[in-house]
Design a protein around this ligand. Sequence first.
Ligand code: HEC
Length: 227
Amino acid sequence: MQRILLAITLFGCAQAWAHDIITTPITFDREILRIIDARCATCHHSGGPAFSLTTYKDARPWAEAIKEEVLARRMPPWGAVKGFGDFRNDQALTEEQLELVVSWADGGVPEGEERDIPPAPKFDATAPDAPPKGSVAVSGDFTVKSDFKLDGLWPQKVPDKASFQITAQLPDGSLEPLLWIQEYKQQWGHPFLLREAMDLPKGTVIRGIPKDATVTLLPPDAGLAAK
Ligand code: HEC
């Protein structure tokens, strides 16, 4: 809904685009599309689970929102707290990528030249939309009943804007940070895949998931695309 309103608002400003003053050498076709392909397009392509951002026409109305989204990725669950969850499908951006996006969005949002457009990446069939066999759905604190190898976490049902930190307290007393959710957004309802699977021995206590939320513990080899 928010998106529709935003699109309408921006459409109203369409006239203004023609008069944008370009103050940046960064273009969509040369720098920005490559960042989108690397970090966003697994979801944001035409026919994908989220609206396309892979052409200038598609991305242009979203320029300011793309900047906000990219800056937000400095915060958990992706940025800022490296070590609190280290995911192989990380969507954080490097400082350099951030600067390029900000410069492009603030500098008049230039399109660039067609000859700079990189070849379109191929997208695998989308990940399954339900947790695989062997997953464990957790709400509230939870004690692991038998040894479990944890490959990732998948927020299934989480109230909007909820904030919490999921940790594993191992039987030897050590505490492993797993996933930090800050101001939950629905678009985070996808698997967060650990860089390395982690052994959770029987008796491990998973803490931090609110009672009114469900987060699934994923086993390895679940066939989830590393997106
Ligand atoms: C794992 C899938 C996924 C990835 C990767 C992803 N997004 Fe999204 N994004 C979504 C979904 C789902 C929505 C909600 C779409 C809708 O409302 O139809 C969304 C919404 C948005 C919105 C709308 C504003 C908002 O907050 O609702 C923007 C802007 C956006 N994404 C930008 C990006 C950018 C930039 C990247 C890369 C840095 C990115 N997204 C990566 C899934 C993803």
